[in-house]
Design a protein around this ligand. Structure first.
Ligand code: DX5
Ligand code: ZN
Length: 219
């Protein structure tokens, strides 16, 4: 089974030293940078916006994986694209028209992702697979880092792997929330190929060892 891509979540970084933190995880072998955008409305927390994405873009060549936890998302898609996102993911619940939002992201020249909350069924993405470059399975309820992995999402990951394989298209399957060196293995076995990790990377003294431990969980 191939090793997964590792996307550390900046939410767990030291916000007083964001630029240095991004440099450090790049040097530590991270594949993508996961940027969690929270509006205090769609989720009960507020993080940062396009200004911060733009500032980090000037400093880093890493792929920027922007996870929008905002509603509505449509009015801000262009701003995140222009700020330097490579991939923009949104939740179907951000509404009103998921298909149109994905078309907009693609028209902006970016890759498009659909995020499924723990309570959201796989059917939410079934009719838009042709416009989807990544499906993100939330293994915690969105809003905060440092929560515990919800095991019931493993069967969802396996179901989505079958749905993706049936399309024959290279759609990434990403997992976000409570991912550690321990919970990574069942995610990979279920078919995930990109793992987001906040606390399990930025909460450790040695970022390189932390990333290697999660990547090395592949069976
Ligand atoms: C939660 C975010 C996650 C979070 C992950 O709403 O989408 O990306 O930062 O943090 P950990 O890895 O600490 O669960
Ligand atoms: Zn996230």
């Amino acid at each position: 089974m191939p090793a997964p891509l590792i996307a550390p979540s900046l939410l767990a970084a030291d916000f007083a030293r964001l630029g240095e933190e991004v440099d450090a995880i790049a040097a530590a072998g991270a594949d993508w940078l996961h940027l969690d955008i929270m509006d205090g409305h769609f989720v009960p927390n507020i993080s940062f916006g396009p200004v911060v994405v733009r500032a980090l873009r000037k400093r880093s060549a890493m792929p920027f994986d922007v996870h929008l936890m905002i509603a509505p998302a449509d009015p801000y898609l262009a701003a995140f694209a222009e700020a330097g996102a490579d991939l923009i993911s949104l939740h179907p619940e951000a509404g009103p028209h998921l298909h149109r939002s994905l078309q907009t992201i693609r028209a902006l020249g970016k890759k498009a992702g659909v995020v499924l909350n723990p309570g959201t069924p796989v059917e939410a993405v079934a009719q838009v697979l042709d416009l989807t470059d990544l499906i993100l399975v939330m293994s915690v309820n969105p809003g905060f880092g440092g929560q515990s992995f919800i095991d019931s999402q493993l069967t969802k990951i396996a179901t989505l792997r079958r749905m993706i394989d049936a399309t024959g298209r290279p759609i990434h399957l990403q997992v976000d929330g409570g991912v550690t060196a321990k919970t990574a293995r069942p995610c990979i076995e279920a078919g995930a190929d990109v793992l987001v990790a906040g606390t399990a990377v930025f909460g450790q003294a040695d970022y390189g060892a932390a990333i290697a431990a999660i990547r090395g969980a592949a069976p």
